[in-house]
Design a protein around this ligand. Structure first.
Ligand code: SF4
Ligand code: SF4
Length: 371
C-alpha cells in the first residue's frame, strides 16, 4: 500500500515543485470571506464558476478523505519579450485545453494513485491556494497570492492543484499566515494600476486587470484604459514588483519554446483583425476564458494596448479597425487608441469618424479634443 513518502517521491519525479497533504475539513475562512464580500464574487455564478461549494469539499465529494496538493512552477522557462507585460505568465503555460504539458503529468500522477486503489477527484473551484497553505506548501502575500515555502526561491510563480483522494493520510502542518517581510511597504498595493488591491489580502476582483481583460462588460470605462496599460490577457504587475519574487526574476532562464512558437499569432495586429476561425484555431486553445462570441473583447484589449503603446506603427491598424470592425466596442476603443497615439494620420482617421452615430462618433470626437 502506498505510503505518504512514496507519493511525495513520485510527485517530485514527475516534476512538481512540491506536494503536501491536508484534511477535507471546510475552508471556513474562505467561506466567511465569500459571504461577507459576496457582492464582489456573485459574477462567478453566472460564469459557471461558483466558488461556494468548493469551500466544503466533503459535502460535495463524501468519499474524499484527504486533499493532496501539488505545486507547479509555471515559470521555469523565460517567456518571449514581445509577450511579457501583455499576457499573464500563468496563461503562457496554460495547457488545460491542449493537455500537452502539466495535464499529462497530472494524469500520470492520478494513474499512479489509481494503480494502488486510490481514486482522485478534481473539484471545480476548490480554494486551491488555501488548500496549499493548509498543506504547508506556502504562505500568503498581501497581494492575495500564494508564495512557495520550498523551491521556486520562495516565489509566487506557482499553481496549486488540489486533488481529493479517497484514502486518509496524515496532514501536514498548515502555514496559512501572511509571509511578507515587515520592511516591504506594501509595494503590491501601491503598484496595482487599477487599485484592485484595496487592503492587505483584500482584492476587488472586478477591478483586477485579469478580470477586466477576460470578463469585463462592455467598452472598458475610460478611467481604466490607461491604468490597464499593455495588458491584453491577465496581469502580473503585483508579482513583478514584489520583493519576494526578485530572486526568481533575476535568473536567466532558458526560452519557453511553446510560448515562443505562440508569439507571432498573439501579435497585437493579428489579435485586432482576427476572425472567428483564427481565434478558434490559434488563440482559444491557449487562452480560453472567452468564447468566440466574445472575440470583440480580445480585439478591444488589443486596440487599447496599441493606444497605450503610443507607437505610431499601430495607426494604420487602428484606423482600419475604426473603419471596418463589426463591433462598435472595438471601433470605439480604436478611436480612443488613435487619440492616445496621436499624429497626423491618427487625426485624419478620427476626423473621418466624428460624424458617426453612437459611441464610435462620441469616442472619435473626444479623442480629437485631446489631440
Ligand atoms: S493582477 Fe494586476 S490588477 Fe490584479 S491585483 Fe495584481 S496588479 Fe492589480
Ligand atoms: S509586494 Fe510586499 S506586501 Fe506585497 S506581497 Fe510582496 S512582500 Fe508582500
Amino acid at each position: 500500500m502506498l505510503t505518504r513518502d512514496a507519493i511525495i517521491v513520485r510527485a517530485r519525479e514527475l516534476g512538481f515543485a512540491d506536494i503536501g497533504f491536508t484534511t477535507v475539513e471546510p475552508f471556513e475562512t474562505q467561506r466567511r470571506i465569500l459571504l461577507e464580500r459576496w457582492e464582489l464574487y456573485d459574477w462567478t455564478v453566472a460564469r459557471g464558476m461558483d466558488l461556494m461549494p468548493g469551500t466544503d469539499p466533503a459535502a460535495v465529494c463524501p468519499q474524499a478523505k484527504t486533499i493532496v496538493v501539488l505545486l507547479e512552477n509555471y515559470f521555469k522557462q523565460g517567456f518571449p519579450a514581445e509577450m511579457t507585460g501583455k499576457f499573464g505568465r500563468l496563461y503562457l503555460e496554460d495547457d488545460r485545453v491542449t493537455k500537452d504539458r502539466l495535464q499529462k503529468r497530472l494524469k500520470t500522477f492520478r494513474h499512479f494513485l489509481r494503480e494502488d486503489g486510490i481514486e482522485s477527484y478534481i473539484l471545480p473551484y476548490l480554494p486551491h491556494r488555501h488548500a496549499a497553505a493548509r498543506a504547508g506548501l506556502g504562505t500568503f502575500g498581501k497581494n492575495c497570492l500564494l508564495y512557495a515555502n520550498r523551491g521556486v526561491r520562495q516565489g509566487s510563480w506557482v499553481t496549486a492543484l488540489g486533488l481529493l483522494i479517497d484514502r486518509a493520510f496524515a496532514p501536514d502542518a498548515p502555514t496559512t499566515e501572511v509571509g511578507c517581510p515587515s520592511w516591504c511597504r506594501d509595494a503590491c498595493l501601491a503598484a496595482c494600476p487599477t487599485r484592485a488591491l484595496t487592503a492587505p489580502r483584500k482584492i476587488d476582483p472586478r477591478r483586477c486587470i485579469s478580470y477586466l481583460t477576460y470578463f469585463g462588460e462592455g467598452l472598458t470605462p475610460r478611467e481604466l484604459r490607461e491604468p490597464m496599460g499593455m495588458w491584453v490577457y491577465g496581469c502580473d504587475h503585483c508579482q513583478n514588483v514584489c520583493p519576494r519574487n526578485q530572486a526568481w526574476l533575476a535568473q536567466e532562464l532558458p526560452e519557453n519554446e511553446r510560448a515562443a512558437a505562440m508569439a507571432p499569432d498573439f501579435a497585437l495586429a493579428n489579435l485586432l483583425h482576427m476572425d472567428a476561425a483564427y481565434f478558434q484555431n490559434r488563440i482559444w486553445p491557449y487562452m480560453f476564458y472567452m468564447p468566440v462570441a466574445e472575440i470583440w473583447r480580445w480585439q478591444m484589449n488589443a486596440a487599447r494596448a496599441m493606444g497605450n503603446s503610443r507607437d505610431p506603427v499601430f495607426v494604420p491598424d487602428l484606423a482600419r479597425a475604426l473603419g471596418e470592425n463589426a463591433d462598435e466596442r472595438v471601433r470605439g476603443m480604436a478611436a480612443w487608441a488613435l487619440g492616445r497615439v496621436g499624429g497626423p494620420a491618427a487625426r485624419r482617421a478620427l476626423e473621418a469618424a466624428v460624424g458617426r452615430e453612437g459611441l464610435v462618433g462620441q469616442e472619435a470626437r473626444e479623442a480629437l479634443e485631446r489631440l
